[in-house]
Ligand binder design. Structure first.
Ligand SMILES: [Fe+2]
Ligand SMILES: [Fe+2]
Length: 294
């Protein structure tokens, strides 16, 4: 791998504090809710208290809770109710996704980038990761959902703070008909996976989630069981094969050196996974719509 262009990684690190100022509600919410544990009696109350201070976020969470994605019978009108009906962990993971979407959507709106398509891709990878974790994995499905929703957040960091570089990558991907990650390695020598790893660590996302996001394009699968990063890789692959949303390039150059090894990643197993996940598309559209709507 060549070195990143003129210390681009250092420049990303330098923007972290600016990001706190530009999107203050993200660190404020995450800092307070990521350390709450499900088992603690007082946690549900703390979660409700934090979220209640942010009306826009509350509205977004309630909209998702009432969307067809969860299909609950009686509409919930308060965060307390949502926690009671959906559970602490689901509400927390919605809060994480929603606060990122709200923060970045406010910064991105004016630019020539398909943000709705991007959030649809993110939602698909969240839903797929969760389902794969539930069916096959040892990881918590909630962690898998969060890692999936956030996996490409580095692209938005690049779009907002390094716009010229971002569009160079986007144009390169279109011109050479290659995928976004391939194009950014050729153009910049720095991937959105590493960028996201830096940002998530800065923003209180637990290490194992930040690491899964950072490794989602080259997950280590030397162990017997694929880990969370490999699960996200698989979910990302399926979302792109199924053409759900937009991840920066319509071209999926499936390079053998980037594909994890192991029984879950052979041609037949991959095709079967993609087929099994295809039926989720409608629910994903519901989720993304409810989460991303301003
Ligand atoms: Fe990615
Ligand atoms: Fe992706």
């Amino acid at each position: 791998m060549k070195m990143s262009e003129s210390g681009l990684d250092d420049r990303v690190i330098e923007t972290l504090n600016r990001m706190d100022q530009d999107m203050p509600s993200i660190p404020a919410v995450l800092g307070q809710i990521m350390n709450l544990t499900d088992s603690d009696e007082s946690s549900a109350g703390d979660l409700v208290r934090v979220l209640s201070r942010d009306q826009a976020l509350t509205a977004r969470i309630l909209r998702v809770a009432n969307s067809a994605f969860y299909g609950i019978r009686n509409k919930v009108t308060t965060v307390d109710r949502a926690v009671l009906v959906l559970g602490f962990e689901k509400v927390r993971r919605l809060a994480v996704g929603a606060s990122f979407m709200a923060g970045f959507s406010n910064r991105v709106e004016q630019k020539r980038f398909d943000l709705d398509g991007f959030w649809l891709h993110a939602a698909a990878v969240g839903v797929f990761s969760e389902r794969l974790a539930r069916e096959r994995g040892a990881e918590s499905p909630g962690d898998a959902f969060t890692a999936g929703i956030l996996h490409d957040i580095g692209k938005l960091v690049m779009l907002v703070y390094f716009e010229a570089e971002f569009f160079r990558v986007l144009d390169r991907a279109a011109r050479d008909e290659i995928d976004f990650h391939h194009a950014e390695m050729l153009e910049l020598g720095l991937g959105h996976d590493l960028v996201a790893g830096l940002v998530l660590r800065h923003w209180y996302i637990p290490d194992h989630l930040a690491e899964a996001v950072r490794e989602h394009h080259h997950p280590a699968t030397s162990g017997a069981e694929p880990g969370l990063a490999a699960r996200v890789w698989l979910a990302d692959y399926a979302a792109r094969r199924l053409e759900i949303g937009f991840s920066g390039s319509p071209h999926l150059d499936d390079r053998p050196d980037e594909r994890p090894t192991g029984p879950a990643f052979g041609d037949q197993a991959l095709a079967a996974t993609v087929e099994a996940l295809a039926g989720e598309k409608e629910r994903i559209v519901d989720l993304a719509g409810a989460l991303a709507e301003a």
